[in-house]
Design a binder for this molecule. Sequence first.
Ligand code: CP3
Length: 346
Amino acid sequence: MTTKKIMRALAGETLATPPIWMMRQAGRYLPEYMATRAQAGDFLSLCYTPDLAAEVTLQPIRRFGFDAAILFADILLIPDALGADLWFVTGEGPRLSTITQASDFAALKPGTDVHDHLAPIYETIRILSRDLPSETTLIGFAGAPWTVATYMIAGRGTPDQGPAHALKAENKQLFEALMDRITEATIEYLSMQIQSGAEVVKLFDSWAGSLKGDDFVRYALTPARKIITELKSRHPETPVIAFPREAGDGYIGFAKATGADCVAIDNSVQADWAAKNVQPDGCVQGNLAPTHMVTGGQDLVSETQRIVKAFSKGPHIFNLGHGITPNADPENVKLMVDTVREGAHV
Ligand code: CP3
């Protein structure tokens, strides 16, 4: 029997105090992360150097004692492994070679051919399985096909995912071939993460909110269901967290329809609403606004308590509604963790 709190919540148990971790918990708001990144030279080298990637994964665990560690890597390593060019411009974000015509797509590798390139990531997972405290759960992850496709098509982050929506409208065949290729690679990647020691995997669909109506079902829900169904057939015991960010009403029934064990909720929806409409299906994760990690104070404490209370009648993993930002104050992270853990006595 596992006693790890995250695993218990994912199995559907309602805990007196919810377990807690934080999206982007290893990141630029921590001076020790900046020091290790400088040692690696740049962000991608950090991702591909197992000892250093494991070190930055462990830093927030040492500092805050989170209940889960999330593998340090990036969702854009899949395009890199498929043969797209990928680089990061400091202060601006990712840049990739674009996929806009059949010849760009033809140059990509098969989805089953990503393991050599991703071998350092699997090694990071093996190091972490050995070095993490016994009560800490190791979470692996990948981007969902739509979100990864938005970067591959545009060659960068876009505010409205315009280029991906345009390709979907103008050349559906190419768009869907790309979605299928990413889906295939993601299944292989997550499956190997699990074989290497990831105890849970999370699928980040950061731009799911820009898919409306049938498109949401076709390009967010269906690929998630395909990936989760295949993972469950290969690794039936490994829980999956799905994060269709800004799905709104699309959160309702998402876990049931995809087979996910937990749905992560962003901070655009109210915790009370999610407790009533999403939590009946199983564990939910979320959903404090990341801005509280910048502003702190009584608002942080009351909001944290409100969210803990709203989800207290069912399985819940406390988290932010999106990643912590570089301007956050580590003291505020500590205040959030203390508030969640002492919440039972407040
Ligand atoms: O959560 C963690 O601590 C684990 C590691 C992790 C990173 N990225 C490290 C990272 C995870 C889970 C991600 C996911 C990711 N990456 C997403 C989905 C989640 C989300 O935030 O919506 C997306 C869309 C990406 C793509 C990506 N990576 C972008 C758009 C950027 C640039 C924006 C930014 O924040 O700088 C990155 C860079 C990135 N990924 C950093 C980190 C720590 C910052 C890089 C640096 O150190 O300069």
